[in-house]
Write a protein that binds this ligand. Structure first.
Ligand SMILES: C[S@@+](CC[C@H](N)C(=O)[O-])C[C@H]1O[C@@H](n2cnc3c(N)ncnc32)[C@H](O)[C@@H]1O
Length: 196
């Protein structure tokens, strides 16, 4: 098996990758997390999905590619320039709600239904408001995070944040999780029951 032979790349992906280079975006999600998100999302027909950290929209393109016609997705980023770009690419898709707001504030205010999958790719929902974000996940729903293996752009001391988060997730009795040394270091957790 050649895991680098990724064949189901979204049609719009190369255009977003070009834009990413043009504006010098330094944090694009890779193809591995992309194809994984698409596959997991495909397992949830009429699903409800959340992305924290829209960025340039690379992972978003994969998530949307995995969604069926009855699915809905919310993606949140606090950078207006990035949100404007995501809206150019995906703004016409009625299934997608692209929100420009601080992730922590958005999480604190959110009163909608629970999600079938959350991809937390920003500080909020990963290193802050983790409890709140995990509460937003349905039984059988996924919590997905990447950048858990040491990355060249980690600020000094970030390894302690990562260790703390991994230990916290490992100790949640209401989630099963798998740690994968693949892509940038992934965790996939699934809610097995409501918090007791
Ligand atoms: C790793 S990048 C996301 C990359 C994205 N998944 C992609 O494929 O392009 C993290 C993103 O989180 C956003 N971000 C950082 N702090 C945030 C906050 N407090 N609230 C919302 N978004 C935030 C940044 O603007 C950045 O776009």
């Amino acid at each position: 098996m050649n895991d680098t032979n990724i064949q189901d790349i979204p049609a719009i992906h190369s255009e977003i990758a070009r834009k990413s280079k043009e504006i010098g975006f330094t944090m694009p999600s890779d193809l591995y997390i992309g194809t994984l998100l698409k596959t997991l999302i495909s397992s949830k027909p009429a699903g409800k999905f959340l992305e924290l950290g829209t960025g340039i929209g690379l992972s978003l393109s994969w998530m949307i590619d995995g969604m069926d016609i009855d699915s809905h997705l919310i993606t949140v980023d606090n950078d207006p320039e990035l949100i404007a770009i995501a809206k150019q690419y995906f703004g016409v898709d009625k299934r997608v709600n692209i929100v420009c707001e601080d992730g922590s504030e958005w999480i604190k205010k959110y009163r909608g239904g629970k999600f079938d999958l959350i991809f937390a790719d920003a500080w909020p929902g990963k290193y802050s408001e983790v409890d709140a974000i995990l509460d937003f996940i349905k039984v059988g729903g996924y919590y997905v995070i990447d950048d858990m293996a040491v990355q060249p752009n980690w600020p000094e001391g970030h390894d302690k944040n990562v260790k703390k988060l991994v230990a916290y997730l490992e100790n949640r009795a209401d989630f099963n999780l798998t740690k994968m040394d693949w892509s940038t270091g992934l965790i996939i957790a699934v809610r097995t029951k409501q918090k007791g």
